[in-house]
Design a binder for this molecule. Structure first.
Ligand code: NAP
Length: 311
């Protein structure tokens, strides 16, 4: 099968023919139709997390995918050949990822793909969608009558966070540069703030005088500290980019590292099928163009999602 291979950290990916993976007990072989690109893919190619995540070269990177079931291993009975599925395919070891034509994966990772969107759109959901879901609801305990401030609202994760919070009935203040404000309003944001102009915390307090009960930080660095300034007393700060260093004493800080969760993916599928969740794709690349896609994600200014299509 064709795959994008990383032979050493800090190198470009190479397109090569490698063996199709074997389908073990409880596993499913999926013919991948599309793979979502995430900032972590590019960071992993540079060796980020190499001390925390076991790996073996050559590595096929990629944690997001949508495709069709090709074969079911012994004891794998949840899906049938030909069924359309999607998954956040982060395995315990970095080796067999989704930038390839096939993946063999335990069936517990898989959920049914939403029927009303393309494989490309579906492949853009799992990592970013689950991150937003787990940050707002599992870690953040967002309540329907609460306001959430989303920092980095126009990126892959923010795009889902804005929509999930609105679907939940919450009020959303979205922070991104002004060029993305019309996009964020279309996703449902109630208020938009430009982080490049003025003081974000002051702007937030013009909308919510006492500050907000929940901040979701998808940017990190100094922005996490800005997030803490926007909280009202007893508010929660959830970040996916910072460990909470340098925050004022007593800040209720929660870090999220997104976990595979097929049950939550099924819930997200229902929202997509009900028309409540859109998947804006900024650009679609071919597998051969994957290094270009990595350059785009590395800008830190992608709007919505980018994906690789295997067609
Ligand atoms: N811990 C986890 O489990 C986890 C999971 C997913 C992602 N992440 C991390 O979370 C971050 C975001 O991921 P992503 O997929 O959403 O990235 P992305 O798609 O590259 O998002 C970039 C977005 O951030 C916005 N942005 C950049 N600087 C900003 C600032 N100072 N204030 C507000 N918005 C700003 C950009 O908007 P403008 O163009 O308007 O600047 C752009 O739309 C990445 O660092 C990623 O590695 C962590």
């Amino acid at each position: 099968m064709k795959a994008a291979i990383l032979e050493e950290f800090n190198q470009k990916l190479k397109i090569k023919d490698i063996d199709k993976p074997e389908v073990g007990e409880g596993m499913v072989l999926v013919k991948i139709k599309a793979s979502g690109i995430n900032p972590v893919d590019q960071k992993l190619s540079l060796g980020y997390m190499k001390d925390r995540l076991p790996y073996e070269f050559p590595i096929v990177l990629g944690w997001d995918m949508a495709g069709e079931v090709e074969e079911c291993g012994h004891g794998a009975s949840r899906f049938r050949k030909g069924e359309e599925v999607y998954a956040y395919a982060r395995r315990p070891k970095l080796q067999e990822g989704t930038f390839a034509e096939y993946i063999a994966i335990p069936e517990s990772y898989l959920a049914k793909k939403p029927i009303n969107i393309s494989f490309e759109e579906a492949s853009a959901i799992p990592l970013a969608g689950l991150t937003a879901y787990q940050s707002l609801f599992d870690a953040g305990n967002l309540k329907t009558d609460e306001t959430v401030l989303i920092l980095g609202a126009s990126g892959g994760v923010g795009t889902f966070a804005v929509q999930l919070a609105k679907y939940h009935g919450s009020k959303v203040i979205a922070v991104a540069s002004e060029k993305n404000h019309a996009y964020l309003k279309e996703l449902g944001a109630d208020h938009c703030i430009d982080y490049k102009k003025g003081n974000v915390a002051e702007e937030v307090k013009k909308i919510e005088k006492e500050g907000v009960p929940l901040v979701f930080d998808a940017v990190g660095g100094e922005t996490t500290k800005t997030g803490a300034e926007c909280l009202h007393k007893g508010g929660r700060l959830v970040s996916i980019t910072s460990q909470g260093e340098g925050l004022p004493e007593g800040t209720d800080f929660r870090f999220v590292f997104v976990a595979p969760n097929a049950r939550e993916l099924e819930h997200i599928r229902e929202m997509v099928e009900a028309g409540s969740l859109k998947v804006p794709i900024q650009k679609q690349y071919s597998l051969e163009e994957i290094n270009e896609a990595f350059e785009q994600i590395d800008t830190g200014h992608t709007r919505g999602k980018i994906v690789v299509s295997m067609n």
